[in-house]
Design a binder for this molecule. Structure first.
Ligand code: PLP
Length: 405
C-alpha cells in the first residue's frame, strides 16, 4: 500500500514518513513549502550576505505587506513573542538589554486576559516578563455569562506595567480595538499574538491597523514559509530594539554600521553584546524563503489549490459512503474563500469504538495516518487537506474505510 511519495530521504535516517491529514501543526512538520519557496531557499544558500542588511530588506518587505513601519523575520511566532516582549521591556536601554530576563528593577508586568492564556505564553515569559491576569473564564467554568471586559485591563495598569499581551482570534473578547484604546490612553504598548490569524490575508493589515504596537505571525502555517519562521511587525522603535537583541553583535562599535531604517544607532549610547534573542536566530535561507512565501500568500497564489483540496475531501467522503462506513461525513466549506475546506467524520462509536481508538489505530498503521484530533471527545475526526499529497488521498480513504466498516 506504500505510495511513491512515501519513499523518502527520511528512510535513509530510519524515520518513517506519515500521512498528515492534520494540517500545518508543528508536531508533524508544519505546512508544505511551495516549489518557489524551496528554490528561493536553495538560491539564498549560494552566497553570503550581511544579516542586518538582509533583515533590513525583510523589514521593508514585511512593512509593505502589513502596513506597518517595520518588521523582522523571527523563529516562529513564538520567537516573535519573546522578542516583542524583550523589546517592550528594554526599549533602547542597553543596560536593560543586558539584564534580561532579569527585570525586577524596572516595569516588567504584562497584562493578559485569563481566558487568553495558553502554553504559548511561555514565549512571552521567556523574556523575563511576568504575566498579570485580568478577567475570568466564567463561560468555560460554567459559572457566569460574561467574558473579559476592556475596563479590566485599564484597572490593572500600575507602575509595574510594561505592556499588554493580546491573543487574537476571530471571536476574541473584548475586541482588539477596545484594548488598543485602553493601551493608547495609558501609553502602554500592546503585543498581539496573531500566529494563525491568516487567512484572510486582509488580517495582515487589519490587525496592525487597530493601532497595536507589535503583531506576531507564524511563517510556517498558512503562509507556507519554513516551519521554523515567523514575523514580528509594528512600530519602528520597538522593532529596532528587537533586532538589536536578536542579531549577532560580535563586531567593533567603530566599524558596525547597521541599516538606519532597521537600527538607528543614534538612539543608543553604544552597542550591546549578544542579547536575549541571540538564541532565536534565523538563517539567511529562512529569511529569503519566508519573504518569498509571504509574496505568494499575499497575492493569493494558494487560493486555486482550495478547489483541488475540496475534490480530495469529496473523494474520501464518497468512498466512505460507498463502503457503508459507520460514519457521517460533512464537508465544511469556510465562508472565506481563501481558507481551505475540511472534512468532518462523525463516527458511530457504538459500532467502531471511540474516536480515540480509531485515531490511535490510524497512527499505529503503516503508513501512520494522523487526522485532526481537536474534536475526538465529540466522536469527530477532522481531515485537513493542507499537507496531503494527491497520491495519498486514496490510501487515506482506504485506511478510514478499513477502520470504520
Ligand atoms: C501556532 C501558534 C503559536 C506559535 O507559532 P510558531 O510559528 O509555531 O512559533 C503561537 N500562538 C498561537 C495562538 C498559535 O496558534
Amino acid at each position: 500500500m506504500e505510495s511513491e511519495s512515501l519513499v523518502s530521504i527520511y528512510h535513509r535516517f530510519g524515520v518513517e514518513p506519515i500521512i498528515n491529514a492534520c494540517g500545518s501543526v508543528t508536531r508533524l512538520g508544519g505546512a508544505p513549502m511551495p516549489d518557489e519557496v524551496l528554490e528561493a531557499f536553495r538560491q539564498a544558500s549560494e552566497v553570503s550576505v550581511s544579516l542586518e542588511q538582509l533583515q533590513a530588506a525583510a523589514s521593508r518587505k514585511i512593512a509593505e505587506h502589513t502596513g506597518t513601519e517595520a518588521g523582522l523575520v523571527t523563529s516562529g511566532a513564538a520567537g516573535a513573542l519573546t522578542l516583542g516582549a524583550a523589546a517592550i521591556l528594554a526599549r533602547h536601554d542597553l543596560r536593560r538589554m543586558e539584564q534580561l530576563p532579569h527585570c525586577d528593577s524596572f516595569p516588567h508586568e504584562f497584562i493578559i486576559a485569563r481566558e487568553q492564556r495558553s502554553g504559548y505564553d511561555h514565549a512571552v515569559r521567556a523574556s523575563g516578563a511576568r504575566l498579570v491576569e485580568v478577567g475570568f473564564n466564567e463561560i468555560v467554568s460554567n459559572a457566569g455569562v460574561r467574558r473579559t471586559e476592556a475596563w479590566e485591563y485599564a484597572a490593572a495598569i500600575n507602575e509595574h506595567t510594561a505592556g499588554i499581551v493580546y491573543v487574537h482570534a476571530a471571536d476574541s473578547e473584548p475586541a482588539l480595538s477596545e484594548v488598543v484604546k485602553v493601551a493608547l490612553q495609558r501609553e502602554i504598548p500592546i503585543l498581539v499574538d496573531a500566529a494563525g490569524e491568516v487567512p484572510p490575508r486582509s488580517n495582515l493589515k487589519a490587525i496592525a491597523a487597530t493601532g497595536a504596537d507589535l503583531v506576531a505571525y507564524s511563517g510556517g502555517k498558512a503562509i507556507r514559509g519554513p516551519q521554523s519562521t515567523g514575523m514580528l511587525c509594528g512600530k519602528r522603535e520597538l522593532i529596532s530594539s528587537a533586532a538589536l537583541q536578536m542579531l549577532d553583535m560580535d563586531d567593533h562599535g567603530q566599524l558596525w554600521e547597521p541599516p538606519a531604517d532597521l537600527i538607528d544607532l543614534t538612539m543608543f549610547d553604544g552597542i550591546p553584546r549578544h542579547g536575549i534573542g541571540r538564541s532565536l536566530k534565523v538563517s539567511k535561507e529562512e529569511i529569503i524563503a519566508l519573504l518569498t512565501a509571504l509574496e505568494l500568500f499575499s497575492c493569493g497564489a494558494y487560493d486555486v489549490q482550495n478547489h483541488e483540496y475540496r475534490r480530495w475531501l469529496e473523494q474520501i467522503a464518497e468512498e466512505l459512503e460507498r463502503e457503508n462506513a459507520n460514519a457521517v461525513c460533512s464537508l465544511v466549506i469556510p465562508e472565506c474563500s481563501e481558507r481551505w475546506p475540511l472534512l468532518e467524520i462523525q463516527i458511530e462509536e457504538d459500532k467502531v469504538g471511540t474516536a480515540f481508538d480509531v485515531c490511535r489505530k490510524l497512527r499505529e498503521g503503516t503508513p501512520a495516518v494522523y487526522v485532526g484530533h481537536a474534536r475526538l471527545h465529540a466522536g469527530l475526526l477532522t481531515i485537513n487537506p493542507l499537507c496531503l499529497k494527491a497520491d495519498q488521498v486514496s490510501v487515506l480513504a482506504q485506511r478510514l474505510c478499513e477502520l470504520l466498516k
